[in-house]
Write a protein that binds this ligand. Structure first.
Ligand SMILES: *[C@@H]1O[C@H](CO)[C@@H](O)[C@H](O)[C@H]1NC(C)=O
Ligand SMILES: *[C@@H]1O[C@H](CO)[C@@H](O)[C@H](O)[C@H]1NC(C)=O
Ligand SMILES: *[C@@H]1O[C@H](CO)[C@@H](O)[C@H](O)[C@H]1NC(C)=O
Ligand SMILES: *[C@@H]1O[C@H](CO)[C@@H](O)[C@H](O)[C@H]1NC(C)=O
Ligand SMILES: *[C@@H]1O[C@H](CO)[C@@H](O)[C@H](O)[C@H]1NC(C)=O
Ligand SMILES: *[C@@H]1O[C@H](CO)[C@@H](O)[C@H](O)[C@H]1NC(C)=O
Ligand SMILES: *[C@@H]1O[C@H](CO)[C@@H](O)[C@H](O)[C@H]1NC(C)=O
Ligand SMILES: *[C@@H]1O[C@H](CO)[C@@H](O)[C@H](O)[C@H]1NC(C)=O
Ligand SMILES: *[C@@H]1O[C@H](CO)[C@@H](O)[C@H](O)[C@H]1NC(C)=O
Ligand SMILES: *[C@@H]1O[C@H](CO)[C@@H](O)[C@H](O)[C@H]1NC(C)=O
Ligand SMILES: *[C@@H]1O[C@H](CO)[C@@H](O)[C@H](O)[C@H]1NC(C)=O
Ligand SMILES: *[C@@H]1O[C@H](CO)[C@@H](O)[C@H](O)[C@H]1NC(C)=O
Length: 766
């Protein structure tokens, strides 16, 4: 009796549940599953779709809602297919839109081919379509307006679409993001884009459009936040109608042929955060009319802006970022700028600025980045840069700075990067610097700095370049993440640490021109990653340890100008070193057979007790006295030497070693043995870095080893120099075919420069 009421209750409950389902539901759900299986089959069963497996045909389960990349609505209808980066090949199957509830398709970064899939017009609920980074070709169909009117997001970026962007694209009533950059559009883009009232993001960059002016109609895009039209063949002026783009936060029109002055209206955009206009033919001055209160970040790298930096910048109380690099501004940086309360980022690099830096910089805001490099600034670095407790980067190389490094370096815990090379700085480097926990990069070469290094450096330091200063004491023996250590031409003394395991990640070590004495320790074998080892012109004595012959990735070994004695270990010949210099020592015995190659003809000179069984090397023949040769043989040898050098240069200047630093960023170090120096290379205004990135392809891979891959890159202008470029991000999949130029550009010019890209030519004094 008591239990009877529960039975109808259960039945009722069951009925309620099933009535929530739309009619004929079970059949449709089974069809949806079958549609997915057909799609999988259509794409030749890619391994990433392995989970798409019908294990149980007899029931109408909704298990497919849990298949990889599939999302269903609460009624178990498929709404999302999200399969980015899945190695999917082939066109879009026509059956996609049989999934009538589909709102979201993401196939970004696959190998989808064919023309624009007009079958997707049938997906009447589609809101989001990402076909970016695929292999699509042809034009965007002129009836593109037939696509779902619910469409909010459309990305076709990084495909091979060509022709015009059709005018009817202006009839997508709800579109908010239109991402069409990095294609081959070689026709026009329509003024009708200006009708897209909801549009927030418009990316047309990197397309070879026929040269065109920016349509005035773009001024109607009241909701536009991000306009990206880098390298899109724009000509003419920036229209005044831009003053209506009241929502605009980021404007990037760089690398076009825009001319004329920067319109005053740009300065009125109330929400502008980023402005990139570099590499155009815009000209003029930034005058005192900047009035927008909410302006928070400006990066104007225009080659031709002249004049002085207006004092009025100091009125922009909301300004957080100020970048006016790559121009020809002269005069002083107005001290009003240093008083701005919101300023976090200061980029004045590559101008013609003179005068001294206001000592107030850093004292009134939470500054994290300060870059005044490549100017003619004199005086001292501001003492309060780290006062806000957020400073990560101080970049002031290539100026006329004098005086001591500021004391804040003693306790600036946030500092990551300091580059003050090529100045006239003097005095001791504050010793606390070496224990700053986040410090990764220290470049101070070519100053007159002094001081000592502690035995143990901060854990994160990966680049330490202090050549041509007056540092003294011993070299450190603990620096867990040190990759590049150039201490050439200082006054370091003492010996090479006996236990080298504490610096075993080193890939580049140059101690040339110091006063290091005693022997080369056998523990040198701990430097398993070393590819460049230069200990020349020190006071090293003793024998060359046989362990040097077991360094797996050594490319360059220079021990010249020391007091080394004994025989050359034959094992060293097995390294097949592209560069070896043991000259000007006191080595004796026979040069091992493995070195009897003209390649090494100059590697052993000025070792009076050394002899060679053959005449290949520029060394006395065994059994002969080392007295004068006749003129013809000297001339001949000279010719051979020069020829060998030329060959060496030709072979070697293209060797590039890719290194990963402690943060997984990549450094590229190349060798140029022509002028006998190692220099680092910098992307010029023309973004040679792009070329380098493009050069890092499998095609150019000429070898790999413990230190990473070795690539061959022809450097054009930079031949004759060694390069150091850090790559930007750890992409899980290195796709240089489509390495986003956007990122390369905005990031290289923006945040990356400081820690990742070293400008100018660094002489590492090999
Ligand atoms: C998709 O729907 C069409 C018409 O409704 C039908 O002819 C076709 O067979 C369906 N395709 C699949 C894969 O279910
Ligand atoms: C099929 O699904 C039903 C219900 O979910 C289950 O009872 C049955 O064991 C499944 N059969 C197989 C072969 O997996
Ligand atoms: C989802 O699909 C079902 C079956 O086709 C249909 O009845 C329902 O209207 C769709 N829902 C939406 C929001 O389109
Ligand atoms: C889907 O689109 C194609 C081509 O656009 C069309 O031929 C077909 O009839 C459509 N199918 C359905 C089910 O609407
Ligand atoms: C896309 O264009 C590039 C450059 O023109 C070309 O190398 C590539 O083969 C094209 N790919 C396809 C799928 O058309
Ligand atoms: C645009 O590119 C397409 C595909 O490469 C080509 O067929 C067409 O001739 C080009 N049009 C113009 C105007 O260059
Ligand atoms: C843009 O300027 C460059 C260099 O001045 C020139 O080579 C190119 O032809 C110009 N392009 C257009 C579309 O004016
Ligand atoms: C600044 O530029 C605006 C418009 O370009 C101009 O009207 C104004 O006279 C200029 N002011 C100064 C001080 O040069
Ligand atoms: C830099 O400014 C000085 C005047 O301060 C001027 O004489 C010189 O030509 C400028 N250099 C460049 C490259 O503009
Ligand atoms: C910078 O210093 C160098 C060397 O002392 C000097 O020749 C040059 O005139 C200085 N330049 C400025 C702008 O002070
Ligand atoms: C060091 O860097 C890490 C990661 O960027 C950050 O979370 C941390 O706050 C930094 N430490 C200091 C003292 O700035
Ligand atoms: C060498 O130094 C490392 C730490 O840098 C230490 O762990 C190891 O025990 C030392 N080895 C010897 C033989 O002293």
């Amino acid at each position: 009796m008591e239990k009877t009421p529960t039975i109808p209750a259960i039945i009722l409950f069951t009925l309620t549940i099933s009535s929530l389902y739309p009619k004929a539901s079970s059949l449709t759900r089974e069809q949806e599953k079958q549609t997915l299986l057909q799609i999988k089959n259509f794409w030749s069963n890619p391994t990433s779709l392995q989970s798409w497996e019908d294990n149980n045909r007899s029931t109408t389960t909704t298990a497919h809602c849990n298949w990889f990349g599939i999302t269903c609505s609460s009624y178990d209808f498929i709404t999302d297919i999200s399969l980015p980066n899945q190695n999917i090949y082939g066109p879009i199957p026509d059956s996609f839109c049989n999934l009538t509830n589909l709102t979201h398709i993401d196939l970004y970064d696959n190998y989808i081919s064919g023309q624009f899939p007009t079958s997707l017009y049938n997906c009447s609920n589609l809101e989001y379509l990402d076909l970016g980074q695929n292999l699509l070709v042809g034009t965007i169909p002129s009836d593109i307006n037939r696509i779902s009117s619910s469409l909010v997001y459309l990305s076709l970026e990084a495909n091979n679409f060509s022709g015009d962007i059709p005018p009817r694209i202006g009839q997508l009533p709800n579109i908010q993001s239109l991402i069409l950059d990095n294609n081959l559009f070689n026709g026009s883009f329509p003024a009708e884009l200006g009708q897209l009232h909801s549009l927030q993001t418009l990316w047309l960059a990197y397309n070879p459009f026929t040269p065109a002016t920016i349509p005035l109609e773009f001024g109607k895009l009241k909701n536009l936040r991000f306009l990206w039209m880098t390298q899109a063949n724009l000509i003419g002026n920036i229209p005044d109608s831009f003053s209506n783009l009241s929502a605009l936060q980021q404007l990037d029109l760089a690398r076009n042929n825009l001319t004329g002055p920067i319109p005053a209206s740009i300065w009125m955009l109330p929400n502008l955060e980023y402005l990139y206009l570099y590499a155009n033919h815009l000209s003029g001055k930034i005058n005192g009319t900047i009035g927008a209160l909410n302006l928070v970040n400006i990066d104007i790298g225009i080659n031709q802006l002249t004049g002085t930096i207006p004092e009025d910048f100091g009125k922009l109380n909301s300004l957080t970022g100020l970048g006016i690099y790559f121009n020809k501004f002269s005069g002083e940086i107005p001290s009003s700028v240093s008083l701005l309360p919101s300023l976090t980022s200061v980029r004045f690099f590559d101008n013609n600025l003179t005068g001294v830096l206001s000592p107030e910089f850093g004292k009134h805001s939470k500054l994290w980045e300060f870059d005044v490099s490549n100017n003619r600034i004199s005086g001292e670095l501001p003492a309060g840069l780290c006062a806000g407790g957020t400073l990560t980067s101080v970049v002031a190389f290539n100026n006329n700075l004098t005086g001591r490094l500021p004391d804040f370096l003693d306790h600036c815990l946030t500092l990551d990067n300091i580059q003050v090379y090529n100045n006239w700085l003097t005095g001791d480097v504050p010793s606390g610097l070496w224990s700053a926990l986040n410090l990764t990069t220290v470049m101070m070469y070519n100053n007159q700095l002094s001081g000592t290094l502690p035995q143990k450096l901060s854990w994160n330091i990966s680049i330490l370049m202090i050549a041509n200063n007056r540092f003294s004491g011993e070299i450190p023996s603990r620096a867990e993440n040190l990759l590049v250590f150039d201490a050439s031409y200082n006054q370091f003394s003492g010996e090479i640490p006996v236990n080298l395991t504490g610096i075993s990640r080193l890939q580049f070590l140059s101690l040339q021109g110091n006063r290091i004495s005693r022997g080369i320790p056998r523990s040198i074998s701990a430097l398993r990653n070393i590819s460049i080892l230069n200990l020349s012109y020190n006071e090293l004595s003793g024998e060359i340890p046989v362990e040097l012959g077991s360094l797996p990735v050594l490319k360059l070994l220079d021990l010249s100008g020391n007091q080394l004695t004994g025989e050359i270990p034959p094992a060293m010949a097995e390294l097949k070193l592209p560069f070896l210099n043991l000259s000007s020592n006191k080595l004796s015995g026979e040069v091992p057979a493995g070195f009897q190659k003209s390649f090494y003809d100059d590697s052993f000179i000025a070792n009076p007790d050394l002899c060679s069984p053959s005449t290949v090397l520029n060394v006395r023949e065994c059994g002969r006295k080392s007295n004068g040769r006749n003129h013809t043989s000297v001339a001949l040898i000279l010719l051979l030497v020069l020829g060998g050098l030329a060959l060496l240069g030709m072979v070697l200047f293209t060797i590039v070693v890719v290194i990963k630093d402690s943060k997984g960023r990549r450094i590229v170090v190349g060798l140029d043995l022509g002028p006998w120096k190692l220099t680092s290379f910098f992307q010029s205004l023309d973004f040679t870095a792009e070329r380098i990135l493009k050069g890092l392809t499998d095609e150019n891979l000429i070898g790999s080893g413990g230190c990473g891959q070795v690539y061959k890159i022809i450097l054009g202008n930079c031949s004759g120099e060694i390069m150091a470029v850090k790559k930007i991000r750890n992409s899980k999949k290195l796709d240089f075919r489509r390495e986003k130029e956007f990122r390369a550009e905005v990031q290289i010019l923006g945040t990356i420069r400081h820690t990742n890209i070293y400008s100018e030519t660094h002489c590492l004094h090999l």
